[in-house]
Ligand binder design. Sequence first.
Ligand code: PEP
Ligand code: MG
Length: 905
Amino acid sequence: MAETVKRVYAFGKDADGNNVTEGNTSMKMVLGGKGANLAEMANIGLPVPPGFTITCQTCMEYANADNTWPEGALDTIREYREDLEARMGKRIGDAEDPLLVSVRSGAPMSMPGMMDTVLNLGLNDQSINGLIAQTENPRFAWDSYRRFIQMFSNVVMGLDGDLFENAITAMKNARGVASDTDLTAEDLQELVREFKDIFSENVLAADYPSLVVDGEVQFPQDPMVQLQLAIEAVFGSWNNPRATLYRKQNKIADDLGTAVNVQSMVFGNKGNTSATGVAFTRNPANGEAEFYGDYLVNAQGEDVVAGIRNTSPIAELKEVEGLEEAGLELEGIFTTLENHFRDMCDIEFTIEQGKLWMLQTRVGKRTAAAALHIAIEMEKEGLITKEEAVKRVDPEQLDQLLHPQFDKNATYDVLARGLNASPGAAVGEAVFSAADAVAAAEAGRKCVLVRWETNPDDLAGMIAAEGILTSHGGKTSHAAVIARGMGAPCVCGVESLKIDAEKKQAVVSGTDVVISEGDVVSIDGTSGIVVLGAVDLVMPELTGDLDTILEWADEFRTLGVRANADNPEDAALSRSFGAQGIGLCRTEHMFLGDRKQIIQTFILNEDEAVREKAVNDLFEAQTGDFYGMFKAMDGLPVIVRLLDPPLHEFLESPRALDVEIARMEATGADAAAVAEKRELMEKIDSFAEQNPMLGMRGCRLGIVYPILPVMQVRAIATAMAKLKKEGFDPKPEVMIPLVSVKAELEKLRGVAEKTIAEVEAEQGVTLEIPIGTMIELPRAAVTADDIAKHADFFSFGTNDLTQTTFGFSRDDVEGEFVPQYLAQHILPYNPFATIDRGVAKLVAMGVKLGHEGNPDLMCGVCGEHGGDPDSIHIFQECGVNYVSCSPYRVPIARLAAAQAALENK
Ligand code: PEP
Ligand code: MG
């Protein structure tokens, strides 16, 4: 059957030097990022080794059909392979002049190091002779062959890499040499033999019957078999655990698949006029306009990122003898790429005997600081517009800038220095394996992951750790790239650290200091400093580039941004971050510490006088609280929500009391004291509910105990009156939680208005205090027209609205089934983190109906979703006036709101 879809796309030149590329940069969903940009580079005339790309869709079809090839796909690949051979004038596996290829993954979204690569494919017992003849370098040829068998066995067949490393070590010991580079061509030839034996002994005939020759599994000699197995392995690596985890972390869909790029090999390890490197067109750590990256002379691709040898800075490349021309050409290409992609690019290149080849480019990952700086600089350079600059910065990434830094006033001794690979500071216990990092985090202990160098298997530990510290690798090593992407602080390449992961310790050379597991260390990824012990950390302020981008964002956004805060310090902080008011002040947070005792007295005591005294004490305390809040937010609205949580949250746990009573009895405590405790326990027990979240909370509390809302509204009005008299401009608003029927609001609004009027009369000032409600129950959303008749504003409590719409307990969302739902794709994402489209429909309906009931109604969102960029885009569509979020997310929300507005323009 003829194929109806195009599965393979060629790139690069034909034998006559004509460009025969079939794709371009807009085809990332088909060709993956790497394939699309290889095509684009070829199209703009850059030197790209020819090859072809198998589409992401083929990968998914193969995976969805239980690893079975779609009809005709292998034939197409064969045709493209033959075409590539014709273009190169060489054949794969040829005994005279063989073509070698690399087989690399390349997903639509960059997933650095998460999937598989096979290099030097096409070598076999015949073509090795051709390679020796062509290069006149037997050592290089045998080294290439042993690398290929090693990589193929590990990546494609899943054999343990140690089997091969141990054989190399044994060979070095036998020859009495220290380094791989000291092994001779004969040694490497011997290793090839040993590697093939390891392959035969460890690959099961039952798994690969087609590899059995003369009753024994043999390393495949047929290049087409090698190629097919390698492509299948790359397809399979889309679903390996680390790639799956990375996608989850980075919200990348599981059904995109990876493309596979089959490309002619070029060699950076053909002597001293060959080199390989990775580079950025600007500094990805701070955004400065300088070429940035590392290279290694006489090395092959992965050596640079693997951090095995220490690299040299890219700026020096054009000064190295024999590499001058390629170095200069590379700098020219940096500029070409920036102008073409209008963004900072990240590049992989190889120089083979003086000739430069471009192996990859993509828009480069960068720290938040760099993202801001580059966007602003490129706007100044006229490369992009202000709108584009605002769209360029990932709001989530700003979180990095709001990360802790070492306190400038802190005193500490620098233990060691490394490269400042990813900014921000971290303090935690040293751990020496990813598993230990995960265990520490699960036990609630902060840790710093200390590794020689990280590899993709360390990902879970890198996520769990506060920061990452490595002794090897440059600024483009795995640890550095991943940490920057995650926004985790990272110091890498600390050469003075001699790490013994087995013993779980690191020795600092030149000192007698030993860092053992559990010792607290501090790292500063902004300066590259490592300290033994805990250094005080501080949060940075909004200045410089961040301030500029946020000011630009404010020019475009139509959504307001307020903060959820319940103390003057947080209120002031959110104001400094640009909050335009307080969207939610949760007053129950003011009832902690001594206050808890007072409210307990109120709840548990039946004596009216005692209760009244408790309420008076609370009134005094609350008046002070509100005074501080309104003053900090002078001139800006502060929405104070009346008491909301289930009453039992203020009481001791009956289970703890039960234990205490048992202990008192066992230790012969006074019988009267025991009886008193028991009475207390029974009383508390009488407040127990089966479903407290659906019980005595929110406005229901105020209806059953009207003395509480009266006290709170009185405190709000009194604080406001006091500030007005002092010349301030306080703007409190009263919010009634968990309303489901309009009568609840009507009643409590009446109570509040009466109380405000009383305070006005007592204080002799007029107090304009808007009164509104939260919309956090589906019934409220669908009857919003009625409810709005009694409300000056709505604030959508999307935490409870999600809980009550789904019937999922918000407190148990991390438990059993929601993670399962996510894993099984029953839910696309956690609806408590990003607003669900169904819940958002209730918000949109609430806004629309609300305006029917009250055309002047103000609508906001104060659930956790208010600080989530994806949710902000959805709220923009719902027609709310503002979002409200925790203080540190205010800058993120400002930027996300601007992007949402620009998207809808
Ligand atoms: C909500 O339910 O979304 C809300 C903001 O209130 P709380 O989280 O305090 O219940
Ligand atoms: Mg709520």
